[in-house]
Design a protein around this ligand. Structure first.
Ligand code: ADP
Ligand code: MG
Length: 710
């Protein structure tokens, strides 16, 4: 992005951090570790907390039971021995003339502590004050060694002090000094061209001023609000991030609805025929969603609809019934799934359902090669096949459709906006239907899918048995095997799932393979055990799935390739190995593979390591609820929105400060304003909106792809 290595930059915000006075190459490397490359990155590096040092209390005034901050000199320090010399604690006694307090470290490198906390040093400390043996003490305090005259030090004292996240070699006082240089020198360059009318209505402060106040708050600020990131400065910065996100979404939605699409007018004869042949009736929710889709399809503007429905809610049949309407009007439908196993499975089900109606279906994955592939291309191009099911292979350049009318994307969260766009381009403004089984909290849906209409299948097919979930420690493995044995003896089938993480893929694969061998030889010689993993050839996978489906295999050891979509009603038990390594939503997806038939089902989570607190919360949540929405909310809370199936991969701009859950009220306001603005000026043509265009393009970095803009 940078055109020159010289320290002068046209956009001063893009100045590499190295050229800030006092930084230099060594510290720049440390900043880089924190993802801070430019001055602008630096400005967005907000304090993680604030400390109230407006009036430093005397040590005698510090109260037990409260988080307090004090200042003093080390009178004495060293290791103290307790419990017959069995316990070593590093202690520093600090005094200020009014009294003393003991700072204690139960862990940590003694040499380092001794070095840092030498007698005579002055320091500022904070933490929860407690009473012990008639003495005040703080355990593992936050400390800052003080040099120079504190009466003159207006950066670190006599104010609300920002606390930044440190990294080895880059500590509070240096950080604070450098941040001050950056804020003083560059905050004026920041601009956010949000129209005055909105600024006034939303009572927003000046953008540059917001950064100055957030880094070095004036004395009048509320320390509580600052620490909750709810100060006026924080609000302004967060509003800005949300506003430009929503403005992009509003534009995209507008752009989509301005396009002319296909109006599918049909009696629905084919889909009615299929419905009459099904062994079940659609649920009320399925009927409602189908009606919403049909209405969209009849309109001449292209459909852009998301079907949200928990695992097992029956999205496939709804998608297929929609596809048949397109087919009846002489158009093709493409169905794209994230994994081969899932694409194959869709192919098997759909093929079986519609071939009797005279509809031709074809499967296209990257494993189909050579002349066979060429032939499929030919059939698609010639319009001989009406429904094309596949993986990413479907959006390859060579694939040309005769007349693509409907593009369906299954498990949308595995794809990004970009793939959605590519599939759409295979036709002339085809209708787009995306489906996801990962329930998304409303606020996140508003951002991730802000440009889509949403339909919800919020009802499960009747007769589903709930899945009971239990966590077992490794020591319970024997019992787990007995439970599996009993189920299989009753005629049911079992999944045993292994995590497959990229970093240790080989190792995990070995684990899964060895486990399958071990189970077959030593544990369940009387049953047939199969193995399914992503590295297998697609015909091997297909064969394995078929054998399992037909009941020739009783226990299937699998990696997470079975995460999505697999449908085996007779499988009533699942054992997840290393459950502590999975995220909540992933566990929920996995669990959705069982409880699909009329049998009560069990999901057993084996936690192999002494798991972390967070892992414990996760596994407990799985025991407590089967509700995908509750699980998604919890997941979002635990992991934060960035990781939650990757906002990054979704193709939306990242947030640097905003947090979807914490800042929902701001998000809602920003969305309202952005959509209102686009309503009034759909193409951002007003002269006063030119600044918005520029910032929008920069934030979205070409991901908007709209004729209406630029
Ligand atoms: P998902 O929403 O997870 O993709 P599927 O579409 O795979 O769910 O459906 C799960 C199973 O439920 C399939 O076997 C499907 O045939 C069946 N199914 C779908 N709708 C109904 C219904 N209304 N009544 C009974 N079974 C249904
Ligand atoms: Mg599905």
């Amino acid at each position: 992005m940078l055109r020159s290595r010289s320290p002068h930059f046209r956009n001063r915000l893009l100045t590499p951090i190295q050229y800030v006075k006092g930084v230099g190459p060594r510290l720049a490397k440390l900043f880089e570790k924190k993802g801070i490359l430019t001055v602008e990155d630096g400005l967005y590096f907000l304090p993680r907390a604030y400390e109230d040092r407006r009036h430093l209390k005397k040590i005698s005034e510090l109260k037990a039971g409260r988080k307090e901050t004090g200042f003093g000199e080390i009178l004495l320090s060293g290791v103290a021995l307790y419990q017959n010399n069995r316990k070593r604690i590093f202690e520093a006694v600090v005094g200020d003339g009014s009294g003393t307090i003991t700072l204690k470290w139960f862990r940590g490198n003694e040499r380092y502590l001794r070095d840092r906390f030498k007698k005579g040093r002055r320091l500022i400390f904070s933490g929860e004050v407690r009473w012990f043996n008639y003495q005040k003490e703080i355990h593992h305090p936050d400390v800052e060694i003080v040099e120079g005259d504190i009466e003159e030090d207006y950066l670190n004292f006599k104010r609300i002090v920002p606390i930044y996240s440190e990294t080895e070699g880059l500590y509070q006082r240096t950080l604070r000094r450098l941040m001050k240089t950056i804020v003083d020198g560059y905050s004026d360059e920041l601009s956010s061209p949000i129209p005055k009318e909105i600024v006034e209505r939303q009572d927003l402060i000046d953008f540059s001023e917001a950064f100055r106040r957030v880094h070095f708050p004036p004395d009048g600020e509320s320390i509580e609000k600052l620490n909750q990131q709810r100060s006026d400065g924080h609000r302004r910065i967060i509003f800005d991030e949300f506003f430009f996100l929503e403005l992009g979404l509003a534009l995209r939605k507008k752009g989509l609805s301005l396009e002319t699409g296909i109006s599918f007018k049909t009696e629905g004869t084919l889909s009615k025929k299929l419905m009459s042949q099904l062994s079940f009736r659609l649920t009320g929710a399925q009927q409602r969603v189908l009606a919403e889709i049909v209405e969209d399809m009849e309109k001449s503007t292209p459909m852009n609809r998301l079907i949200q429905g928990d695992v097992g809610s029956g999205k496939t049949i709804v998608a297929l019934l929609s596809a048949l309407r397109a087919v009846e009007c002489g158009f093709q439908t493409a169905i794209m799934a994230p994994t081969e196993v899932l694409a194959e499975q869709h192919y098997l089900t759909i093929h079986r359902w519609v071939e009797p109606l005279g509809v031709r279906v074809v499967l296209l994955t990257s494993h189909i090669k050579g002349s066979e592939r060429e032939e499929i291309y030919e059939q698609i191009r010639g319009g001989e096949v009406q429904i094309v099911i596949g993986t990413h292979a479907v959006i390859q350049e060579q694939v040309e459709f005769h007349r693509l009318g409907l593009a369906i994307i299954d498990e949308q969260h595995k794809f990004g906006v970009v793939q959605r766009g590519l599939l759409k381009k295979k036709g002339e403004n085809p209708d787009v239907l995306v489906m996801t089984a990962t329930p998304i909290p409303r606020t996140l849906a508003m951002t991730l899918y802000g440009d889509l209409d949403i339909s919800l299948i919020d009802e499960m097919p009747p007769g589903r048995m709930p899945v009971e979930t239990k966590v077992f420690p490794e020591s319970g493995r024997g019992r787990v095997y007995r439970i599996v044995e009993e189920e299989v003896k009753k005629g049911r089938q079992a999944f045993i799932v292994y995590p497959l993480v990229e970093e240790s893929e080989k190792l995990d694969l070995k684990d899964a393979t060895q486990m399958a061998d071990h189970l077959q030889k030593d544990v369940f010689p009387q049953f047939r055990i199969g193995l399914l993993h992503g590295r297998m050839k697609s015909d091997e996978k297909e064969a394995m799935m078929m054998e399992f489906k037909e009941g020739k295999i009783q226990i299937l050891v699998a990696t997470t390739v079975i995460e999505v979509g697999i449908d085996i009603p007779n499988a009533s038990i699942m054992v997840v190995e290393h459950a502590e390594r999975f995220g909540l939503s992933q566990l929920h997806q996995l669990r959705g593979r069982i409880g699909r038939g009329q049998y009560p089902s069990q999901c057993i989570l084996l936690a192999q390591y002494r798991s972390s607190e967070e892992a414990r919360i996760r596994l407990r949540a799985m025991e407590q609820t089967n509700d995908g929405f509750k699980i998604a909310e919890q997941d979002l809370e635990l992991r934060g929105p960035g990781d939650f199936f990757g906002i990054r991969q979704s193709g939306l701009p990242d947030f640097r400060v905003a947090h979807i859950l914490r800042d929902t009220p701001i998000l809602i306001e920003a969305r309202k304003e952005a959509f209102r603005l686009i309503q009034k000026d759909p193409n951002l043509e007003e002269p006063s909106h030119q600044g918005l265009r520029e910032v929008l393009m920069r934030r979205w970095k070409g991901r908007l792809e709209l004729a209406t803009i630029g």
